[in-house]
Design a protein around this ligand. Structure first.
Ligand SMILES: [Zn+2]
Ligand SMILES: [Zn+2]
Length: 394
């Protein structure tokens, strides 16, 4: 099959894809609560002849299609969850659920997932290998992908390659990010409790003040990136929560710091974790306090496979010769698709979607978020044609 026909068929389906997206947009659901959403997805996939498994990681759906000719299996992943945000756009299809909004574009990803499936099912007899569509809950809280992996999404059959795409409102329609190597950072969270001795705010010498200790600790943590990490490598440490005390005149007994760590390389991550622990212990000791450090891995980095990324790039160039294809992307945001790509070589694409002339350029997670819906046709055509090409050539 000529991959260009995927583009032509996608353009024919444009209005339908947009109407699917608007329906999902109007009815957003938070992570692990995507009941209506996954019900619609499952029903469509059944109608189109996919072998559908419901209830994976709660609301997740896995839908398989096996071709007549033996070959590898490609996993295509689409996330389904919305965010706890009160929508402030005035579009006719705005969220009808107060305080919940598709402000990241996952409504678009759902429509793209359905559109790719809709392009594939009439070609079942021509299909080589198999397709595994994964509709994942709870990407925003970075919990859904791991749970799907734990519940066997990468077994029976084990996918050989993986694909996913995110609408990208940082860049305009017509921009496509297809970059090999690490593209999104791995994330850890940390929590540090500093324990001292509380007392009267006017008699500090009788206390061991955890607030003063935490002030020094916050400053010292910044030195890890500036003084310990090799300047040619990168990382982020952000303290994002500081909690201590509840009165003007009382020195509290403890202070709590929380924050996030982002890294691309395992050695940088290891260095940062060790330095955080050492600095917390030593600073606490310097101020006669005690410290307790907890680190929680949230997601590994997203690393694109060179071969699969090359195929995706060639497909995108062939289908959209006018597009700007960027190949040097490294974002500090994280994405739990990393749990699937960690063991399944693949490519995670970014599909430019902003349109400043139509004021569709609010950032992801903004209450004003919206995008140029023609980005959905780019994403659909590229994902479908790339999956097809992988199955035909690998
Ligand atoms: Zn998001
Ligand atoms: Zn997202």
């Amino acid at each position: 099959m000529d991959i260009y026909s995927f583009k032509l068929k996608t353009l024919d389906m444009r209005d339908e894809i947009i109407s699917w997206r608007r329906d999902f947009h109007k009815h957003p659901e938070l992570g692990f609560q995507e009941n209506r959403t996954s019900g619609i997805v499952a029903q469509r996939m059944v109608d189109w002849g996919f072998d559908v498994q419901r209830g994976v990681a709660g609301t997740g759906i896995v839908a398989r299609m096996e071709g007549k000719r033996p070959g590898p299996t490609v996993l295509l992943r689409f996330d389904m969850d919305a965010l706890p945000i009160q929508e402030q756009t005035s579009v006719s299809y705005a969220s009808i659920h107060p305080g919940v909004m598709h402000a990241c574009g996952h409504d678009g990803h759902l429509a793209v997932g359905l559109a790719v499936a809709c392009l594939m099912y009439p070609n079942k007899d021509l299909l080589k290998g198999g397709l595994k569509f994964v509709f994942q809950p709870a990407e925003e809280v970075l919990g859904g992908a791991k749970r799907m992996v734990d519940e066997g999404v990468l077994e029976n059959p084990k996918p050989d390659f993986s694909l996913a795409a995110h609408l990208w409102n940082e860049k305009p329609l017509g921009w496509i990010g297809i970059s090999s190597g690490p593209i999104m950072a791995g994330a850890d969270t940390f929590e540090i409790v500093l324990r001292g001795k509380g007392g009267h705010g006017a008699l500090p010498s009788q206390t061991r003040d955890p607030i003063v200790a935490s002030a020094h600790l916050i400053t010292a943590l910044q030195s890890i990136i500036a003084r310990n990490v090799d300047p040619r490598e990168s990382g982020v440490i952000s303290v994002t929560q500081v909690q201590a005390g509840d009165a003007y005149n009382i020195i509290p007994e403890k202070a709590l710091l929380r924050g996030t760590i982002r890294t691309f390389e395992l050695n940088v991550r290891q260095l940062i974790l060790e330095r955080i622990k050492t600095i917390a212990v030593e600073i606490a000791a310097a101020f006669e306090c005690e410290s307790e450090v907890k680190i929680l891995r949230v997601a590994p980095p997203v690393v694109n496979d060179e071969k699969i990324t090359g195929i995706a790039r060639n497909v995108a160039q062939e289908l959209f010769p006018q597009a700007i294809i960027a190949s040097e992307i490294m974002s500090m945001v994280s994405e739990d698709m990393a749990y699937m790509m960690d063991v399944t070589p693949g490519c995670y694409l970014l599909i430019g979607s902003n349109d400043p002339e139509r004021r569709l350029d609010a950032p992801h997670h903004s209450p004003f978020f919206n995008f140029n819906e023609d980005a959905l046709t780019y994403s659909t055509a590229i994902l479908a044609a790339t999956a097809w090409t992988i199955l035909e050539t690998l």
